[in-house]
Design a protein. Sequence first.
Length: 251
Amino acid sequence: MADSELRQRKAKADDSKDKESKKLRTRTQEDDDAGSFRLDVLRVLTFLFLASCGLSYVISSGESFFWGMKNKPNYMKPDWWKAKFSGPIYLTPDELSKYNGYEKGKPLYLAVNGTIFDVSNGLNMYGVGGSYHFFVGRDASRAFVSGCFKEDLTADMRGIEEMYLPIDDPEIDSMWTAAEMEEMRKKEMEEAEKRVYEGLKHWVDFFTNSPKYQKVGYLVREEGWQEKLPMPELCKANQDKRKRRIPRDQQ
Ligand code: HEM
Ligand SMILES: *[C@@H]1O[C@H](CO)[C@@H](O)[C@H](O)[C@H]1NC(C)=O
């Protein structure tokens, strides 16, 4: 009697052990299933990607694996990585002028304050026919500050701060003594130079920090290149914007 009870209990214990191991088995099986499902998804996605590349290649008759996307993601461009890891390039203004979009296969470069940026990702704006095409292939720092996109396509910044200086008017200016006037002019000039610097810095920072563009190098010029050029004039639009000083009694 005690013996058979014992046997029965043992059998029950075995039974529950069996169930447990069954549960265990199915759980690992579920894990396997989930793993192979993920692998299947990966396989399908890989297949679709490769098939898409292949189809694009065939349809574009060997021209493109990515449906001829003009703006491929940066990480798919060998040139992007090359520029990132190779040192800076150095170009003369003449060499830089070749990167203006007219030579097929060459990237679009522009320079601001002597630093060259690859702006190929801004094809709509900087490419041939783009609204800001005039900025590529050159350093047009002066135009970045002045906004005069016809007259100021040069890096020659001489006299540009004038756009922020008041125009002299003998009648108004006579309200100050000569010494006061000198002091005031000094302050005005400092303020104007600061605004020019900030204006240029805005664009240097813009291109440096833009995820679309990347710094590729520097413009090289002969020493004293500006002195060989005529002194640039303030563009008419900015000349016309200049105001007289506010009379002393109205300040
Ligand atoms: C000092 C004056 C200005 C400078 C230096 C300047 C410069 C620029 C630059 C470099 C870009 C390209 C930005 C990029 O690469 O993403 C741009 C874009 C743009 N600018 Fe100006 N800009 C000036 C004034 C103006 C003014 C007054 C207007 C409006 C009337 C204007 C309208 C635009 C528009 C609409 C875009 C976008 C263009 C596009 O997406 O195709 N800009 N500007
Ligand atoms: C422009 O470049 C010169 C040196 O080449 C530098 O001293 C100056 O700070 C730069 N200006 C801006 C606005 O980055």
